[in-house]
Design a protein around this ligand. Structure first.
Ligand SMILES: C[S@@+](CC[C@H](N)C(=O)[O-])C[C@H]1O[C@@H](n2cnc3c(N)ncnc32)[C@H](O)[C@@H]1O
Length: 293
């Protein structure tokens, strides 16, 4: 009887240990680097019947291999052209492996989640977690907010005043537009593709008492009509600024100012009129670029 109890206790302990190891391993495998350099744990793996999408927004073909998470089979070799997208009708997680500086990087991909090959701050290709779960819209940037001090400096550099209409494409919690209204009396419009961000922005506008001056809409920034904007305040990745550039050229009136946080507008060097470096209270460096349409 005693021996049986011991065996049962030992089996239970081994089972719990195995479960613990699997959880730790799965959590680690799900760590994906964000463009700001931070590591994010993707939201809990949703093992539904949804697909996995991998985009390549770099300028080079990316070679990688992919296989089901639980499989002893040979990984499938894939080659993704610039601008291309691979879709996997995966019911279970996949393991993707690619090469970076000569070593292999392995990530676990979860069904219903978008991923993206992008350049990091050192111009090396990295797999990032998509910022939104929409397959019908460009993933312009993950959600990383601009520190208030940087936001203030951006608006000062653009010389925002009460006659201005400030647009933020990918507005996050709306801080740039709200600050422009509160501190400089400007009208403002913010759009974001994530419903939660728009909810936060509307609540923040109410709290700041500037609801009469600002508007927030849930929409794809690639489709926003910002022709009334006199100032664009942006914090998007450079390839996203490049994607939007033809719209800046067709929609903005001459004289409009575009102020960007950290990333330039590729192909607009001749329109750049100023840049500034600023440290946030944590000591992190930020750069601001000002353009005149
Ligand atoms: C780096 S954050 C910037 C937030 C805010 N502008 C700031 O500076 O604090 C980029 C934002 O763009 C949004 N975004 C990404 N793709 C988008 C798209 N296609 N249309 C609208 N917003 C998008 C993300 O949801 C995210 O909130």
């Amino acid at each position: 009887m005693k021996r049986k109890t011991w065996i049962a206790a030992l089996s239970l302990a081994s089972l719990l240990m195995l479960l613990g190891i699997s959880i730790v391993w799965l959590t680690q495998a799900n760590r994906v680097k964000r463009p700001d350099g931070s590591i994010s744990s993707a939201s809990a793996p949703a093992l539904t019947g949804k697909e996995i999408v991998v985009r390549n927004v770099t300028k080079e073909t990316v070679a990688y291999t992919v296989k089901p998470l639980i499989s002893a089979g040979v990984p499938e070799k894939r080659s993704l052209k610039p601008g291309g997208m691979d879709r996997f009708a995966a019911k279970r997680s996949l393991v993707l492996t690619y090469s970076r500086l000569g070593s292999e990087v392995t990530e676990t991909l979860f069904p219903g989640t978008p991923y993206c090959f992008r350049y990091d701050e050192n111009n090396l290709v990295h797999l990032y977690l998509g910022s939104h779960m929409r397959e019908d819209a460009e993933d312009l940037a993950p959600y990383v907010s601009t520190p208030t001090e940087v936001a203030e400096k951006m608006l000062e550099m653009a010389q925002v005043g009460s006659a201005d209409v400030v647009y933020d494409l990918g507005c996050g919690d709306g801080r740039l537009v709200i600050l422009a209204a509160k501190k400089f009396g400007a009208r403002g419009v913010g759009v974001d593709i994530v419903p939660r961000r728009i909810k936060e922005a509307k609540a923040a506008a109410r709290k700041a008492g500037v609801e009469n001056l600002v508007k927030f809409s849930l929409e794809d920034a690639m489709k926003t009509d910002f022709s009334e904007a006199t100032v664009l305040a942006l914090y998007l990745l450079p390839e996203s600024n490049a994607l939007l550039r033809p719209r800046f050229e067709s929609l903005l009136k001459p004289g409009a100012r575009i102020v960007t946080h950290d990333y330039t507008i590729p192909g607009w060097d001749d329109k750049r009129v100023a840049s500034a470096a600023i440290k946030d209270p944590t000591g992190k460096n930020h750069t601001i670029f000002l353009y005149h349409r």
